[in-house]
Design a protein around this ligand. Structure first.
Ligand code: SAH
Length: 269
């Protein structure tokens, strides 16, 4: 496994004449048996695998043993590997005739920057397919033994992120939490105090249940059942942090007075 970037060694200098391709592959939330068969086949057919920080070693063990494995991980918000460099690397490798697997945690199309890598491949005229994976919110809901939607209670689910592109403001969770909504927050552990403050300011009940699942399906998986009021303290006390999904739910028939105060919006039922 290669942990240190060595661009020269990774970029083939001459096209091999063979047609390369890029597969953007979802590795699922961590546990190897949550990979799809299609993902497994792609990993076994790969010449080179570029993988993210959240990819579990047990997943990489299933790859073609002759495939080079290249770590291109990023920290939340901070890029050890700028996206442009990753784009360039995968395109160049495919140009050299290699079957490139770009292995991403969860589903590549959920906060996975798949569109940027696909656009780079398209611009270079390289075939690129996307192999979906189980996204973290689905895995975390399964850990809780709870559905993301619930008939009569929650008729929509929103995947939102707490960490956006630098300079962009994060989604307004108070506005998203309309009655009948489940919000699954990705990349939000660092903003839990801010989240709590904003929701309390918007009038949400301090006793509103908040659930957190960290490292869903991995060996160090953990669950926290907390409340809005206690969330930051409970997370700190339990030493819970990234990677985590924070679940917030506004039941369909929650107190209309509370909800109206919270949302400042007309309730239409
Ligand atoms: N494409 C991924 C999301 C990548 S963004 C997917 O579909 O799941 C990275 C964020 O995903 C993390 O900050 C965390 O919020 C979430 N995440 C990824 N793996 C996780 C896991 N095993 N358990 C809980 N959250 C996870």
């Amino acid at each position: 496994m290669k942990m240190i970037p060595d661009l020269e060694a990774l970029l083939p200098s001459q096209p091999s004449g063979k047609h390369g391709k890029i597969s953007l592959v979802g590795a699922g939330p961590g546990a190897a048996d949550l990979l799809t068969l299609r993902a497994l086949r792609a990993m076994q057919a790969a010449d080179v695998i570029y993988f993210d920080r959240l990819i579990d070693p047990e997943v990489l063990e299933l790859a073609n043993p002759r495939a080079a494995q290249v770590f291109v991980g990023k920290d939340v918000g901070a890029c050890a590997w700028p996206q442009e460099v990753i784009n360039q690397m995968i395109v160049e490798a495919a140009r050299g005739g290699q079957h490139v697997v770009r292995l991403k945690s969860g589903d590549p199309s959920v906060f996975g920057r798949a569109d940027e890598e696909r656009a780079a491949a398209q611009a270079a005229g390289i075939a690129c397919d996307i192999i979906p994976g189980i996204t973290a919110a689905s895995a975390a809901a399964a850990v809780l033994g709870q559905s993301l939607t619930s008939r009569g209670q929650s008729d929509r689910v929103i995947f939102a992120t707490g960490t956006c592109k630098e300079g962009d403001s994060a989604p307004d969770v108070a506005a998203l939490l309309q009655p009948g909504t489940t919000v699954a927050l990705y990349m939000a552990t660092r903003i839990n105090r801010d989240l709590r403050r904003k929701l309390l300011e918007a009038g949400f009940d301090p006793e509103m249940p908040v659930q957190v699942v960290t490292s869903a399906s991995k060996r160090n998986e953990a669950v926290l059942r907390s409340t809005l009021e206690r969330l930051p303290q409970d997370m700190e006390d339990r030493g819970l942090s990234h990677p985590a999904i924070i679940f917030l739910r506004a039941p369909k028939h929650c107190d209309p007075v509370q909800t109206r105060a919270a949302l400042g919006a007309e309730i239409s039922q």
